[in-house]
Design a protein around this ligand. Structure first.
Ligand SMILES: CC(C)(COP(=O)(O)OP(=O)(O)OC[C@H]1O[C@@H](n2cnc3c(N)ncnc32)[C@H](O)[C@@H]1OP(=O)(O)O)[C@@H](O)C(=O)NCCC(=O)NCCS
Length: 154
């Protein structure tokens, strides 16, 4: 069993069945999931994205998705999700550190994300890679909860 990390920079390189699995993982395991329409919009609209997929024996274990603004050397983490039965073994950290490496090679110097203030696993993960909390945004999520804004400069 070999774990692989696949880098996808163009929507055309992601097949429909993989896109549907990402949509399902987001719907079932992400605190603020997107609709199917939002997924298509993100992938097929103008703009640059980085998608990193972790897989083992062709089974998708998790993914990280970034929006990239090259002109400002800036990347926004839109989503990171690891399947619940494979959490806590380093996949999230590998996805994030590999994404940062790939984006650094593309001249990205600043990273930005929002995380729900009580999502301690995610906050631990981001802090373990050097992200710092710079701001709190009250009532950021539709549930009314607060988001922490975190950044990393590389
Ligand atoms: C957040 C998430 C991506 C972490 O993925 P993961 O593969 O379990 O994380 P890792 O195993 O790589 O662990 C990375 C760090 O996260 C923290 N972490 C992971 N599991 C944890 C747990 N059970 N308890 C506390 N911290 C934990 C630790 O700090 C760990 O670093 P360490 O191993 O150096 O101590 C995963 O829990 C997830 O998909 N959650 C649901 C979706 C979500 O909330 N995404 C983030 C929204 S902003």
């Amino acid at each position: 069993m070999t774990q692989k990390y696949k880098v996808i920079l163009r929507a055309e390189d992601l097949n429909a069945s993989a896109l549907f699995i990402l949509f399902e993982m987001d719907r079932d395991h992400f605190p603020t999931p997107w609709s199917k329409e939002a997924w298509y919009k993100v992938f097929f609209s103008v703009g640059q994205r980085l998608l990193l997929i972790a897989e083992e024996d062709d089974v998708i274990l998790g993914f990280a998705l970034f929006d990239i603004t090259s002109a400002d050397s800036f990347a926004h983490l839109l989503k990171i999700v690891v399947g619940p039965n494979v959490r806590g073994v380093g996949i999230g950290k590998n996805l994030l550190s590999a994404s940062i490496m790939v984006l650094k090679e593309r001249n990205i110097k600043s990273f930005f994300l929002e995380v729900e203030e009580h999502n301690s696993h995610a906050i631990n993960l981001y802090e373990s890679l050097g992200f710092k909390i710079i701001h709190q945004k009250k009532q950021f999520y539709s549930s009314g909860t607060t988001a922490l804004i975190m950044t990393l400069n590389v």
